[in-house]
Design a protein around this ligand. Structure first.
Ligand code: NAD
Length: 242
């Protein structure tokens, strides 16, 4: 489904981003995986097979992102797809919330998404279009009871998605988001089974999602199957409402 396309995936070293990288490679894409550290990027590259490269720019620094994209273009010749997936979360109640931690979460979850979008537009315009997909979250429907920074950042991601979809449509650049529910990444795997079972009981489909199931939504939105889909926030959450 992605033959001859070049995809950049931030936070592609583990979890949902890694599942996207594996699936995109299987579907014929060339993939650049962006992580936070050399060691984790190298570890991911060992596990991935196909036309793949890895970089670890500071995503919160626009110049670093621009330089990384120039390196990807130099190696693969073009950039068709950008997945802004790197993200962090925190659950502190507001009175305990460190103001610097709030800035930190906004920096990676929002500013880095802006940086990626801004840096990729010239490459997509050059080839007559492209697909940007941002990783949102189910918490951007109804917030969460503690840890206000994370849902705030994901509401912003949805806002950036619909706004840029309107701005970039004329260049045939589609901008969408995938909003996963509770997904079995390292974070969830580290929880006691009984806690996961309790979480699962509150999900209409009665279970947490697998990273591969989330990755399938990214594949659809990245591919030509979604050629007229832009500005969408696609929930992959087993029917979760909040
Ligand atoms: P994860 O912690 O397993 O992976 C996060 C990825 O982001 C890693 O590849 C990591 O290297 C990268 N990353 C973290 N900080 C970074 C930084 N400063 N610079 C560059 N890369 C950095 O997380 P995940 O669960 O796979 O989450 C991926 C995305 O999905 C995030 O945006 C997260 O908010 C979102 N999400 C996850 C869930 C879930 O239940 N797992 C639910 C909804 C949304």
């Amino acid at each position: 489904m992605l033959k001859n396309k070049v995809a950049v995936i931030t936070g592609g070293t583990r979890g949902i981003g890694f599942a996207i990288a594996e699936l995109f490679l299987k579907n014929g894409a060339k993939v650049a995986v962006l992580g936070s550290r050399k060691e984790t990027v190298d570890k991911a590259l060992e596990k991935l097979s196909g036309d793949v490269m890895g970089l670890y720019p500071d995503l919160t620094d626009y110049n670093a992102v621009e330089a990384a994209f120039a390196e990807i273009k130099a190696k693969f010749g073009r950039i068709d797809i950008l997945i802004n997936n790197a993200g962090i979360s925190a659950r502190e109640p507001i009175e305990a919330y460190d103001p610097d931690a709030f800035k930190g979460i906004m920096d990676l979850n929002v500013t880095a998404v802006f940086n990626g979008c801004k840096a990729v537009v010239p490459y997509m315009k050059e080839i007559g279009g492209g697909s940007i997909i941002n990783t949102s979250s189910m918490v951007a429907k109804a917030g969460q009871v503690s840890g206000v920074g994370y849902p705030t950042s994901k509401f912003a991601v949805n806002g950036m998605t619909v706004s840029l979809a309107r701005e970039l449509g004329k260049y045939n650049i589609r901008v969408n988001a995938v909003a996963p529910g509770v997904t079995r990444t390292d974070m969830v795997a580290a929880l006691p089974e009984e806690m996961v079972a309790r979480v699962a009981a509150g999900i209409p489909m009665g279970r947490v999602g697998e990273p591969e199931e989330v990755a399938n939504a990214f594949l659809f939105l990245a591919s030509d199957m979604a050629s007229y889909v832009s500005g969408a926030v696609l929930g992959v959450d087993g029917g979760t409402i909040n």
